[in-house]
Design a protein around this ligand. Structure first.
Ligand SMILES: [Zn+2]
Ligand SMILES: [Zn+2]
Length: 257
C-alpha cells in the first residue's frame, strides 16, 4: 500500500496543507487537501473518500473535487463519500445542502449522481477495492472515527483527530502485523489546556496513547501539527523514547508492505 501525504497539518499556511492521505492513487483518507495538489488526471482516479469527521480541515476539498468530477461525469462513476451516520448527516446538512454547496448526490440526476454518500457502522468491517476496513470511534469534539485498514496480511491505522481514547487501541492490540499508525500531535505541551478543550493531543498525550499499544511497535507517523508550533512539537516528540516516530511532510509517500 502506498500512502501519499497530500496534507498533514491541522491548518493551512503556504507550504502547509490540511489533512489528506491518498492510498494507492484511488482512495482518500479525509479531504482537507485534494484539488490544490492533484492534477485532474490524478483526481479522476479517486473512487472513494473515507471521512474521519466533518470538520472543515478534513472535508473542504471534497466539495471542489466533486465539482471537477461533474465535468467528467459522462466517463467516470460516482465518488463514494464514506463515513459513519453522524459524519454523513453533518456533511449533508451543513455542506452539501444547496446553500453552502450544491447537493451533488442529486446532480445531474438522483439516479446517476456525481457523489454517493455511504454510511458505515463503527466496528463493522467492510470491503473497499482490495482493502478490509473498520471504522472505530475515537474521542474528539464531534463524532469522529479512525480507520483500521487491512491489506495483504498487514494493517495500518489512521487514528483521526482525537484526544485521549481507548477503543482504537483495543482494536490495534488485536491486529495481526500492524505495520504503521498515523496519529495526530496538534499542539505543544504548553498548550495542554487548549488541546484538552478541542479534543487533540500534545506530545506528552501522544506518549500516553502510544503506551496503550503495549509491546506492539508499529512505525508511528505524526500529522495535524499546527504549523505555528511545529518546531516545538518536533523537539518535544524527539524526547519520546523506544519508538520509531516520524513527523510527516507534505508530498512524501509511505510504502507499507
Ligand atoms: Zn482537524
Ligand atoms: Zn477535528
Amino acid at each position: 500500500m502506498d500512502i501519499r501525504v497530500l496534507g498533514c497539518h491541522g491548518s493551512q499556511l503556504p507550504g502547509y496543507n490540511a489533512t489528506s492521505f491518498l492510498l494507492d492513487g484511488t482512495i482518500m483518507i479525509d479531504g482537507g487537501t485534494i484539488t490544490s495538489v492533484l492534477s485532474m488526471e490524478e483526481q479522476i482516479n479517486i473512487n472513494s473518500i473515507l471521512v474521519t469527521h466533518a470538520h472543515l480541515d478534513h472535508v473542504r476539498d471534497i466539495m471542489l473535487l466533486v465539482d471537477n468530477f461533474y465535468y467528467c461525469k459522462k466517463e467516470y462513476p460516482a465518488i463514494s463519500v464514506i463515513g459513519t451516520r453522524g459524519v454523513i448527516d453533518a456533511l449533508r446538512a451543513h455542506l452539501f445542502n444547496d446553500i453552502i454547496w450544491p447537493d451533488f448526490s442529486q446532480i445531474p440526476t438522483p439516479e446517476n449522481p456525481v457523489l454517493e454518500f455511504e454510511v458505515v457502522q463503527p466496528g463493522v468491517k467492510f470491503q473497499l477495492n482490495n482493502l478490509t476496513i473498520n471504522a472505530v470511534l475515537v474521542n474528539h469534539t464531534v463524532e469522529t472515527v479512525g480507520y483500521v485498514i487491512e491489506s495483504e496480511g498487514c494493517s495500518v491505522i489512521f487514528v483521526g483527530d482525537t484526544g485521549p481514547t481507548e477503543e482504537i487501541w483495543k482494536v490495534a492490540r488485536k491486529q495481526e502485523n500492524l505495520r504503521a499508525i498515523f496519529i495526530e500531535a496538534s499542539f505543544p505541551d504548553s498548550l495542554n489546556t487548549i488541546a484538552n478543550v478541542t479534543g487533540h493531543l500534545t506530545p506528552s498525550g501522544l506518549e500516553r496513547e502510544l503506551a496503550k499499544l503495549g509491546v506492539l511497535a508499529p512505525h508511528v507517523y505524526l500529522y495535524h501539527m499546527k504549523p505555528q508550533y511545529e518546531k516545538t512539537i518536533k523537539e518535544e516528540v524527539s524526547l519520546i523514547g523506544n519508538r520509531y516516530i516520524r513527523i510527516l511532510s507534505e508530498g512524501e509517500v509511505i510504502r507499507i508492505k
